[in-house]
Design a binder for this molecule. Sequence first.
Ligand code: NAD
Length: 478
Amino acid sequence: MTTTYDFWLAGRRASGDADFEVHNSWDGRLVGKVSIPTEAQVEEALEAAVAALPVFAATPAHVRSAALDHVARRLAERTEEIAQLITAENGKPIKWARGEVGRAVSVFRWAAEEARRTNGETMRLDTDPGGVGRFALVRRFPRGVVLGIAPFNFPLNLVAHKVAPAIAVGAPIILKPAPATPLSAMVLGEILAETELPAGSWSVLPVPNDRMPALVQDPRLPVISFTGSDKVGYQIMDSVPRKHTTLELGGNAAAVVLADWSSEADLDWAATRIAMFANYQGGQSCISVQRVIADASVYDALVEKVVAKVRTQVTGDPKDDATDVGPLVDENAAKRVESWVDDAVAKGAKLLTGGTREGATYAPTVLSELPADAILATCEVFGPVLSLHKVDGVDEAFAAVNDSPFGLQAGVFTHDLQTAFRAHRELEVGGVIIGDAPSYRADQMPYGGVKDSGVGREGVKYAMDDYTVEKVMVLTGL
Ligand code: NAD
């Protein structure tokens, strides 16, 4: 029997008068149905969130922290069940799904810790004659109710990155999961409902996309935390320029392999990491390796190793422990990737491996000699496709990384400390990973992009800063 998942309205289970289906992209089976909130129910959630704002903001830190600890513990206890659900709704290989649950546990643990820390600072004001006898207290307060909008590719962890910091600061949140993958967010709702968080402080509402512009415009939601495509993200920001909006968007991340990264062991490590992180989750990660930029002195040896390692990636049923690369989110996504590879090859790119599609699954693919006018040269592929570029020296390598509309993270394989610091200074990205692929992320790190990759930072503490605003109080006559 198919399960119909209720949504969560002001901390309570609720159902609307219609539902939509969620299918598995590997075998097309129906995984579950999700109830859609009516407009009146969305209104109820909004009113409850606004009413909860002063209550939640005043909730003691130990209560918020205990709730976050509870969520972390329950997610950990239910890891296998939730991982299987992520694999079912998203098509992500089970080993990556287990990893995702582990990361969400870590996000809630970090938030539990951060919620306990004192907030704000004191500031001396007697630095000028007019400030003698005064000092200032700077504290942070929630900006208001948060609208969190999540993408499909990490259905639990990117939801965790919206919800946990909101609880940590006492900001009510309305969470909108992705339509392709709403189920794990509904299970997270089940766990949140076990806590003592105030009524109205959280809702999980699978609102259809065509009703989202009205929610985005609603003045009762002054903070929007969006993760998804640059197209939708900037459309939101342009439509509400006065709201506090953070955008975590796409990328075409580069891995740079420099001349000093040349031993057999060096190249083996680089090729292993590049092959894995070009293809994990079918390349559907905003920091998947899309471009490899290698110094001419190591290029040939690296190409040979990368192609060999990519060929060892096991493609297949995402439920199998051995599977590295599962299907994309749906068949249309795989057809789009196929058409972009075909476009590149028609324009002169060399296909070194892959280039085939079966249903929603696209084979791990490596290209070289990618012409500048290929779609793949500038757009985010969001599929298991890698292009290799030969450069001469560090200047050319860094210029190639920056020759992109995006700037999320870059990986630089070098042993040289000066070059590492130079990469940190000069690469136009939100994060530089030395000695590894660009795809490394720890959930407490500031994470986000520049250029078309977005505005603002996630990473628990940084999202907490985004959800709050500093307010100063000056004390006089002391
Ligand atoms: P998407 O932009 O299609 O959808 C993201 C969310 O926005 C979904 O919940 C969707 O329902 C909602 N949405 C759609 N139309 C909307 C509208 N008009 N108003 C408000 N909300 C609307 O993105 P996706 O396909 O789910 O995710 C893939 C994208 O996300 C890729 O570009 C990827 O790089 C990016 N991403 C970025 C990060 C990051 O942290 N930088 C992380 C993961 C994914």
